[in-house]
Design a binder for this molecule. Structure first.
Ligand SMILES: [Zn+2]
Length: 428
């Protein structure tokens, strides 16, 4: 007797009419026509059942602070950083905790059950670190949160960052971050990359740096990050977030850089919603797209994840922490309209970030965690097209969130039509 069976599921890999058996917190069977009984059965009726969405790049300490103390007028990264600097001295631990917790509830409802959040350690205090560590512990049964020690004002440039990094890591922050393009000079940016990577290696931690989030084609800290990854033996343990300067780099240079990244097994995290709005602000026309070279990185075998980055904060006034919106924007900005490319965009908000975050027992297979989302869509492409509704979100075998299929009534000419918008995938 199983605890739960989900019948007639379609899976992201293309298998259809699959039954998923769950015992306690674990998936115990994934096969057609599972011959077993269960205490509870959900009929997926051919809908897509996917492992949870994963957001490998977000800022929980600034989230939902839009308008505090004012709005970003220029829409640039630099004004956002200045605005955050104005807000920081007024923050309280409770307010940070409450806003971040609210966003985490939105995430759970939208089937995002793992989040990697950067947390600013460059201020005078570590209230945000304390708030997010508390939140990580409080939500542990339902949501995996990883925290990255992020020196927003620069690791070398801000006098607080170096001592605060040590304190934050000792408090239990998981990952070493950085922001080399915000240091005073290219040289200091490179030095910060080496110093931070070395600290991670010595402490046995992962690295995730905001790297080259600029339109400057000469911002090449990713090259230094690649070299430091190899030097300190961190292959497969380092992510470069944003990497937007790669968009503007010389093509010959990129033809050397991408194989170096693949060799060092550095993952790339693009943040399409944010970078399409922040980057290119100094351009007239033509105006550059603000995203790294997703197709080329994927073709070279680099793991590419898409992150949300900001939700209603000094850098971005919109967002609802919907990873399907992120996948959709990434698909459009990178022009990934081929069938396999659209599937890769779904992968960029599920399996790819799970790999970046080194999540354990992730995926629909026996022995893995029973963490699943049932979507009102037939497959990953329809899910992105519709930003499909999350009908069930299941965590460790228990229903964490549930919402009824929403429909619309269209009435005209004496006839009423009930629409649910799904099952229109024309690709077969
Ligand atoms: Zn960020």
């Amino acid at each position: 007797m199983l605890d739960l069976i989900i019948r007639h599921a379609s899976l992201p890999d293309g298998r259809t009419d699959i039954d998923i058996g769950i015992t306690g917190p674990t998936i115990t069977a994934v096969e057609p026509n599972l011959a077993a009984e269960a205490a509870q059965t959900i009929d997926a009726s051919g809908r897509l059942v996917t492992p949870p969405f994963v957001d490998s790049h977000v800022h929980l300490d600034s989230t939902l602070s839009l308008g505090m103390p004012r709005l970003n007028q220029s829409g640039t990264l630099l004004e956002g950083i200045a605005l955050w600097g104005e807000l920081k001295p007024t923050l309280t631990q409770q307010a940070i905790y409450d806003r971040a917790r609210k966003l985490c509830l939105w995430s759970m409802a939208r089937g995002t059950l793992a989040i990697r959040s950067h947390v600013d350690i460059s201020g005078e205090h570590l209230l945000n670190v304390d708030a997010l560590i508390q939140l990580r512990e409080d939500l542990k049964p339902w949501l995996d949160i990883q925290l990255v020690a992020f020196p927003q004002d620069g690791y070398i440039r801000s006098k607080h960052s170096e001592p605060n990094l040590t304190r934050a890591l000792e408090k239990g922050v998981d990952i070493v971050g950085g922001i080399p393009h915000f240091e005073r000079t290219m040289l200091e940016g490179g030095a910060s990359v080496r110093r931070l990577t070395k600290i991670a290696a010595e402490r046995g931690l992962l690295v995730d740096m905001h790297c080259d989030e600029t339109d400057d084609p000469m911002s090449r800290h990713i090259e230094t990050l690649t070299a430091a990854t190899v030097e300190f033996g961190l292959q497969g343990r380092v992510a470069g977030s944003h990497l937007t300067s790669m968009h503007s780099m010389d093509n010959y240079y990129v033809s050397k850089l991408i194989p170096l990244m693949a060799e060092a097994q550095i993952a790339a995290i693009a943040n399409p919603l944010i970078n399409i709005t922040l980057q290119g602000r100094h351009d007239t026309y033509p105006k550059r797209r603000g995203m790294t070279r997703v197709k080329e990185l994927l073709a070279a075998g680099v793991t590419v994840a898409f992150g949300h980055d900001c939700v209603m904060d000094p850098w971005y006034p919109l967002g609802s922490h919907d990873m399907l919106e992120v996948a959709s924007m990434g698909l459009h900005v990178a022009q990934m309209t081929g069938v396999d490319e659209m599937r890769a965009c779904f992968n960029a908000v599920t399996a790819a970030p799970a790999k970046v975050m080194h999540l354990d027992k992730y995926g629909i297979a026996p022995g893995n965690h029973a963490d699943l989302v049932i979507l009102a869509a037939a497959d990953p492409i329809e899910a992105i097209r519709l930003r499909a509704q999350r009908l069930f979100v299941i965590r460790r075998g228990c229903i964490l969130s549930q919402s009824p299929l929403s429909t619309a009534q269209v009435s005209f000419g004496g006839e009423a039509h009930e629409l649910d918008f799904t099952r229109n995938n024309l690709l077969g």
